[in-house]
Design a protein around this ligand. Structure first.
Ligand SMILES: *Cc1c(COP(=O)(O)O)cnc(C)c1O
Length: 345
């Protein structure tokens, strides 16, 4: 799609710089990349090609549908949701390997002939994974395990659970025949090298998310939504703007209507709290975010006219606080109407 009235400016250099920063913080562990949900909404293919060039070798998707287009890159792809009966044909073809999460998945994989796989063990999150006790009882015997994984529930907080999970996971070292062990997501990397084991699995921080204060000043913004001005109008003092008339001008105001809205992932939480940026000037969102449109105050930007482009203020920690959404939702919600434009800053 070309000539769209909205686009995502995607900064290649920032993406690669974030991966190098996370790899450095991972110490001697290899640093992979979680690219599920189409690379957190930015475009998985584009991300894999850039990170593979930078030296990243281990990629994580949720489903086999997400793994399929990546087969040609010659990198390691792990499918986090494991293997259903319906997935066996694709899984057996060898372009990616399953992360086995349940006793049934392990039985299914063994029955289908085994082959290289990863295994998820639950160390306290109670989401996916087999139990430590089942592993101790020999569940993995005869499996060819590439990476034994677990996942941290509270890594973005200083929480006692982090250390409990790390200890439970570390106790499995040398007891499973797995070639590598992997525990840390983005936030887990900031908890220190004892959390890195052999392989880390960052997602959000690659894409500009700052899940812990340690990343401030280290992680660079990758995505900036931009939209074209559809109309510029003068609104006199005392008039309302937008649905339900939630905003009323207190003075004569210049308003620009932009080509994006909550259907694009610019959520209603930005109503009255979001802003666009134009040459260092903040242009506040006025009133409600509509499905396809927002209104911004351009009184301080007289040069902006119909057809001009403006960027949204989308630094993820600040945008999350402004909108009440998580940094993850602000990325994965970005819609298909945006043209995705990769640039190098
Ligand atoms: C999504 C995911 C990650 C990446 O998490 P971030 O918080 O985005 O860094 C790592 N491991 C697993 C199992 C995941 O599901």
């Amino acid at each position: 799609m070309t000539n769209a009235p909205s686009r995502l400016n995607l900064d290649s250099a920032a993406l690669v710089s974030n991966w190098h920063a996370l790899a450095a913080m991972s110490g001697s562990a290899a640093c992979g990349a979680a690219i599920k949900a189409d690379g957190y909404g930015l475009g998985a293919m584009q991300i894999v090609s850039r990170l593979a060039d930078a030296g990243c070798r281990d990629f994580f998707v949720a489903t086999w549908a997400e793994a399929e287009p990546l087969a040609s890159f010659g990198v390691s792809v792990s499918v986090l949701h494991g293997v259903r009966e319906e997935d066996l044909a694709q899984a057996g073809a060898g372009g990616a390997r399953p992360v086995l999460n349940t006793v049934n998945q392990i039985a299914r994989w063994k029955q289908a002939g085994g082959g290289s796989c990863d295994v998820m063990v639950d160390t306290g999150m109670n989401r996916l994974g087999v139990s430590v006790d089942d592993i101790a009882a020999g569940l993995l015997d005869g499996l060819q395990v590439e990476t034994l994984m677990s996942h941290l529930a509270c890594a973005d907080q200083d929480h006692a659970m982090n250390e409990r999970q790390r200890m439970a996971f570390a106790a499995l070292a040398g007891r499973t025949g797995a070639r590598r062990m992997s525990l840390a997501n983005s936030a887990g990397i900031a908890l220190g090298e004892s959390y890195a084991f052999d392989l880390t699995r960052p997602g959000i921080a690659l894409y500009g998310g700052v899940p812990r204060p340690e990343f401030a000043g280290v992680i660079r913004q990758v995505v900036t939504p931009e939209a074209q001005i559809l109309q510029r109008r003068h609104v006199p003092a005392g008039a309302s703007v937008g649905y339900n008339a939630t905003f009323t001008t207190t003075r004569d105001t210049q308003v620009a209507i932009l080509n994006l809205g909550y259907a694009d992932g610019y959520f209603r939480g930005f109503s009255g709290t979001g802003a666009a940026l134009f040459e260092e000037r903040q242009l506040p969102v006025l009133g409600r975010v509509s499905m396809d449109l927002i209104a911004i105050d351009v009184s301080t930007a007289p040069e902006l006219a119909e057809g001009d482009w403006v960027a949204l203020d989308y630094g993820l920690p600040v945008a999350a606080a402004a909108s009440g959404m998580s940094q993850y939702e602000l990325l994965t919600g970005l819609g298909e109407r945006f043209q995705r434009c990769w640039t190098v800053s």
